[in-house]
Design a protein. Structure first.
Length: 149
């Protein structure tokens, strides 16, 4: 083959012109594809969900507003009794507080569950030296042998 520099079939200006034409065509095809997708989505939505009937909505809104006004008027006509202020002396306040404290303590103690504490049986600790002396010699070994049988 030829060992010289690689020659291109197209000149630089021709390549630039072709590239720009390809980009313009791609942009136009992309825009057309987006428009097609949008139309398909709108058609699917119109097919699945029927359009809303908005003709009677204004009459219903007026009716709802008039009914809510009537409800608020009925609530307003009802008169509430006024509360009177009652004076309390310091002694009565103090007595009420002490009664609450005393009753809560007694109720608290009454509601507690009682748990009986079991005393652990402790073995009496004997002098270990007496035990060693008793087991030493032939007599102690005989006792161990007899206990094993």
């Amino acid at each position: 083959m030829s060992e010289g520099p690689k020659q291109t079939k197209y000149t630089a200006t021709r390549r630039l012109l072709l590239k720009s034409k390809l980009l313009k065509k791609a942009i136009s095809m992309l825009a057309a594809e987006k428009e097609q997708n949008k139309r398909e989505r709108d058609d699917a939505l119109n097919e699945r969900v029927p359009p809303l009937n908005l003709s009677g909505l204004s009459a219903q809104e007026l009716q709802i507003q008039s009914l809510t006004q009537k409800i608020w008027e009925m609530k307003g006509t009802k008169q509430r009794s006024k509360l009177k202020k009652v004076k309390k002396s310091h002694d009565s306040k103090f007595d009420a507080l002490t009664e609450c404290k005393l009753s809560s303590k007694s109720d608290f103690k009454a509601n507690l569950k009682t748990v009986k504490k079991e005393d652990e049986k402790k073995e009496e600790v004997t002098d270990w030296r007496k035990n060693v002396e008793a087991m030493s010699g032939m007599e102690g070994r005989k006792k161990l042998f007899d206990a094993g049988q």
